[in-house]
Design a binder for this molecule. Structure first.
Ligand code: ZN
Length: 407
């Protein structure tokens, strides 16, 4: 055979085999597809669907449990216990529209109370969820009402009659919560559905009157002293923050810095000459929390601690760190009763959580002069002095300008 023919035969043979092979492959493929659709698919469809549903479920559960971002440093086992306390201590729901639901205690509130009020021991929260839930759960008041149901029926003699039934119900008229008192009012509505007609009272409006005495009484018991208005407010806020996750905690952190700006303004310049002489520590007491990053004992997140905490009893005299002029003496949100002394040269010392101030704005003070009595006001887990030094508005480690180490 010539080279040409060889090529042709070979080509022809090869082409035929290829066509055959292709045909067989298509047959096989078709059979396989048919087998897959008729036998395999029905068998795996249900498990596959269940798998996908489970996957979606698990994802939703993760998002629901941990929020869009996990709550930084806040431990979850404790959270489950608070959730259980809130659920199990809640009164039985009896109103037909479950109006009681809106007054459920959140786990975050219970956690916030423990973190703020006596629950902290050596940096760890002591779990008092059940007692807190029992003390803070709402009291409900009810009145009697009825749901009237009427059905039009054809009698045997052709006339129409009405079968009327009345079901007694309890309507929630007052909820006394840890936030205040809600008074509910109702109006009658009629719903027609074919031959059925239902008349019932539904919630029309409510009035709210703030009353935080429940929370105050609990805090008084735990702290053995009168809680400050800031503390009551902060527990409520921190409770909401715990419940809804980290974003709100960041908001609270910013809020705290805002208190200083509110109190001091944002102009930190001073007419005074730069300070002369050594700075001294305001109290002689152990440091309970140093300057710098730490896990915040109340918010449970890693935060910057802008000062040094000294563990001192309420009523301990606090001394000015150096000569200066009192720039602020009054309430400052989370700082509680705050005293700030301008030492000149852009340096200001701040003394937070006090019981009372011994000086007024504008007073000149000497180094070592008693300027206030320490306390437990503002956002505080117990009596202590928060001592802070700012240079041109920025908190610095007091050790930088005070010789002799930590108090
Ligand atoms: Zn502090």
């Amino acid at each position: 055979m010539s080279e040409d023919m060889m090529t042709q035969v070979e080509r022809g043979g090869y082409g035929h085999a290829k066509r055959l092979g292709g045909y067989a492959a298509r047959r096989l493929l078709r059979a396989g597809a048919k087998w897959f659709v008729t036998s395999v698919l029905p068998a795996i469809a249900a498990p596959l669907a269940i798998g996908i549903v489970c996957l979606i479920g698990i994802s939703l559960f993760m998002v629901w449990t941990f929020g869009s971002a996990p709550v930084d440093a806040y431990n979850m086992p404790e959270r489950a216990e608070y959730e259980r306390s809130a659920r199990e201590c809640f009164p039985v729901i009896v109103s037909p529209d479950a109006e009681e639901e809106r007054h459920r205690l959140t786990w975050g509130l219970l956690a916030a109370v423990d973190h703020f009020a006596g629950g902290i021991q050596d940096g760890e929260a002591k779990f008092c969820g059940v007692e807190t839930a029992l003390a803070l759960r709402p009291d409900f008041e009810y009145r009697d009402s009825v749901v009237i149901h009427e059905r039009r029926v054809k009698e045997d003699d052709g006339t129409t009659g009405v079968i009327r039934t009345e079901t007694p119900v309890k309507l929630l008229t007052r909820a006394h919560t840890y936030k205040g008192v809600y008074d509910y009012s109702y109006k009658w509505v009629t719903e027609q559905d074919g031959d059925d007609r239902t008349k019932r009272e539904v919630r029309d409006s409510w009035e709210f009157r703030a009353d935080t005495r429940k929370l105050e009484a609990l805090l008084r018991d735990r702290l053995c002293e009168e809680p400050s208005a800031e503390l009551v407010m902060m527990i409520d806020k921190a409770g909401e923050a715990f419940t809804s996750g980290k974003e709100n905690l960041d908001w609270l952190v910013n809020e705290e810095e805002a208190w200083i700006v509110d109190a001091m303004g944002d102009n930190w310049e001073s007419d005074l000459p730069p300070p002369t002489g050594e700075f001294i520590w305001p109290v002689e007491a152990p440091v309970t929390s140093p300057f710098g990053n730490r896990v915040h004992p109340i918010y449970g997140v890693t935060r910057f601690h802008s000062g040094i905490d000294f563990g001192v009893r309420s009523g301990t005299p606090v001394r000015s760190a150096n000569d200066g002029v009192v720039r602020y003496a009054g309430s400052a949100g989370g700082y509680g009763l705050l005293v700030a002394v301008d030492h000149g040269g852009g340096i200001v010392s701040l003394y937070g959580h006090n019981l009372l101030a011994e000086v007024e704005v504008g007073n000149s003070v000497k180094r070592g002069q008693v300027i206030c009595m320490s306390g437990n006001s503002g956002v505080s887990t117990g009596p202590h002095l928060h001592f802070e030094i700012r240079r041109n508005g920025k908190a610095i480690d007091p050790i930088e300008i005070i010789a002799g180490g930590g108090g």
